[in-house]
Design a protein around this ligand. Structure first.
Ligand SMILES: Nc1nc2c(ncn2[C@@H]2O[C@H](COP(=O)(O)OP(=O)(O)OP(=O)(O)O)[C@@H](O)[C@H]2O)c(=O)[nH]1
Ligand SMILES: [Mg+2]
Length: 451
């Protein structure tokens, strides 16, 4: 018989209310004994005293909602009790429920039960964890859409396409003595190529998910005194970094997270880049340059009133080849220097005054537009898979490429079908129709308790 599991689903500590979730066959009995609710109407909210099983003392005045078997998130009977948000009360209620035969739920056990009952598939279970941990609107929008099944639909559609290929191959099994006609072999291979193409596109997209799960690193790089720290402060809206007219003010880089539209950004103010005799300054320069590799966008800040510094150009530009760059010509409130020079390759050039909030808003809009193009998160436009999906998709794509090779070398249909089944099993594993306990343990253990 299934255990009845319990957990506090709200954070610990002082709060207006706290939610205790109970799931399993003891729910009806607990409703009757602890709450004097012998036949609760499902999904109706009751105001009741919660009485202790040992002393009959009232532990708290609570509200309770009962969900019938087959009509709850987990598929099992569920009782949700909302008490006052004092950890002493929650603890007394949990202790009482333990005395009534329940046990504390493992992390993610409610969601695991929902998965086991078929209420959600594995990609939806993952999206629940992602909704809870999301720290930007972009992550939240993706996770919400995945919970509603957009990822599941994508993988089901891939699975359907593979099944169509399988059906075509199986049809030729009826005539084992005949080889597959050249025409149909070609058309099957074309179908396979197009499925592999879709898979590769999703695999390439998965790095976007990785970036979006962390803050997107935006680096302010430029020669000393260009106004990087001034711009950093205006973007943050407060005086975080020291600003001075002396070049070489910033040594240790400074970083702070900000929200820019739908994106969470880690803005980093670096040391001014130049060759210096001063050891500490040189160290700051080396550390700042090392950050370029991790950046998803570089704001290349130049003092527009001065000649473009060649030592800066030589040190920094070779490092910028792989990273997106916006050139920011600062100090536009002062007369511009009219030297001839060419900046490194960049997606945009903006002239601003770092003291001017309106100019900085324009720059922030450019950054947002840039991210909207690089990291589109509208799941109706594009599907963004996570690392687990990408790993399994790579295996599935490998299997499909083997299928093509087998077909090209005129191998027997049974062998080809065997490889195709192999491919399908990887997609099954993504959705969760074929999983083992280890995979489930790994996945659900990352959840918080009570979910
Ligand atoms: N007129 C004008 N002055 C600016 C502007 N932006 C910055 N400054 C001034 O330029 C000087 C240097 O600014 P910082 O922000 O410290 O420059 P930085 O690039 O961080 O310099 P380092 O930390 O030394 O690399 C300060 O005196 C700022 O007030 C601007 O847009 N217009
Ligand atoms: Mg500075």
């Amino acid at each position: 018989m299934t255990d009845t599991i319990i957990a506090q689903s709200t954070p610990n500590g002082e709060s207006a209310l706290a939610l205790v979730r109970i799931n399993g066959p003891l729910c009806a009995k607990i409703a009757e004994d602890a709450l004097a609710l012998p036949h609760p109407t499902p999904r109706k909210c009751y105001l009741r005293d919660f009485r202790s099983t040992t002393s009959n003392e009232i532990l708290d005045q609570v509200t309770a909602v009962f969900f019938a078997k087959g009509k709850s998130f987990t598929g099992d009977e569920t009782l949700e009790i909302t008490c006052h948000g004092n950890s002493l009360i929650v603890e007394r209620i949990l202790q009482d429920l333990l005395a009534r035969g329940c046990r504390i739920a493992n992390p993610g056990e409610f969601s695991r039960r929902a998965f086991m009952s078929g209420n959600i598939d594995l990609t939806q279970a993952e999206s629940i964890a992602e909704i809870i941990s999301a720290r930007s609107d972009a992550e939240l929008k993706i996770a919400n859409s995945n919970l509603r099944g957009s990822l599941s639909n994508t993988f089901i559609s891939l699975q359907d396409s593979i099944l169509e290929v399988q059906a075509l191959l199986e049809a030729s099994l009826d005539f084992p003595e005949e080889e597959i006609e050249e025409e149909s072999r070609k058309s099957i291979i074309e179908r396979i190529d197009s499925i592999v193409c879709r898979m590769k596109h999703f695999i390439e997209n998965s790095h976007k998910k990785k970036h979006l799960s962390h803050a997107l690193k935006v680096l302010l790089i430029g020669p000393p005194n260009a106004g990087k720290s001034t711009l950093f402060n205006t973007m943050l809206g407060h005086q975080r970094a020291l600003v001075s007219e002396a070049p070489g003010t910033t040594r240790d880089y400074l970083s702070q997270e900000i929200q820019l539209g739908d994106y969470r950004i880690e803005l980093i103010d670096c040391a001014g880049i130049r060759t210096s005799e001063n050891k500490t300054e040189s160290l700051g320069v080396t550390n700042s340059i090392a950050l370029i590799e991790e950046a998803v966008l570089v704001l290349f800040v130049i003092d527009g009133t001065l000649p473009y510094p060649t030592d800066f150009h030589e040190i920094v530009c070779p490092k910028l080849e792989e990273v997106n760059t916006i050139v920011v010509e600062n100090k536009k409130d002062l007369p511009k220097h009219d030297d001839e020079f060419s900046y490194p390759e960049h997606s945009e050039l903006l002239s601003i005054c770092a003291h001017e909030p309106d100019d900085v808003v324009t720059l922030c809009k450019s950054i947002e537009t840039h991210f909207a193009e690089t990291f589109p998160f509208d799941p109706s436009q594009d599907v963004i898979v996570n690392a687990r999906h990408s790993n399994l998709l790579s295996k599935a794509a490998c299997s499909l490429m083997s299928v093509t090779n087998l077909l090209n070398s005129n191998e027997g249909i049974e062998i080809v079908l065997h490889e195709l089944n192999h491919c399908r099993s990887h997609i099954d594993e993504i959705i969760g129709t074929k999983t083992n306990e280890d995979v489930l343990d790994l996945l659900f253990n990352k959840f918080c308790i009570g979910k």
